[in-house]
Design a protein around this ligand. Structure first.
Ligand code: HEM
Length: 150
């Protein structure tokens, strides 16, 4: 099993990075949709269209992408025996936090669909920065942290 995974390693990495791009794209888009959604009049036709767009983005891109990123990421960790390495522990902390952010956005989408927003447009715009900051931290941990955190 371990040998087969080692042969597949470059392809696992390709799969991992492709789905990371899809996941991040969705994470950047959804809070932006929330901002436009909240600006539309609750119960209006436009608000209904935003509910549909958000639901499609979650079902077609975000949810499948997070699953595939985790599947490929864990397969890489298993193959590269990354479990005991410091950079990987730090990366896990960041990706678990980003997964929590994803979960929170799904909850907020449902709340918005019921017409019960709890955040202001300004707060949503600030939260929009989370995926960008996470991407910087995660890529730095994987590429640079590996040399220092063994
Ligand atoms: C969600 C759970 C994730 C897990 C379990 C995971 C795990 C891994 C592992 C074990 C590797 C292989 C490192 C090596 O070659 O030794 C890797 C590579 C990589 N990951 Fe992830 N990852 C996850 C999410 C992410 C996310 C969200 C990003 C970016 C925002 C990301 C960016 C990268 C990059 C850029 C590489 C390639 C590093 C290189 O080849 O030098 N990963 N990941």
């Amino acid at each position: 099993m371990q040998e087969v995974l080692a042969l597949l390693y470059p392809w696992l990495k390709v799969g991992h990075l492709v789905f990371v791009i899809f996941w991040m794209a969705g994470l950047f888009m959804l809070p932006r949709f929330f901002v436009y959604h909240q600006e539309a009049l609750a119960g209006s036709e436009e608000a209904t269209r935003w509910v549909e767009r958000e639901s499609r983005l979650r079902k077609i891109i975000l949810n499948p992408a997070i699953v595939m990123v985790w599947v490929f990421g864990l397969a890489l960790a298993f193959t590269a025996d990354a479990w005991g390495q410091g950079w990987f522990h730090l990366k896990l902390l960041f990706v678990l936090s980003l997964s929590g952010y994803h979960g929170w956005m799904s909850v907020y989408a449902k709340r918005l669909a019921r017409g019960e927003p709890t955040l202001t447009g300004k707060q949503l715009r600030l939260l929009n920065e989370v995926p960008g900051i996470a991407a910087i931290l995660i890529v730095t941990t994987v590429v640079i942290g590996r040399f220092y955190l063994t």
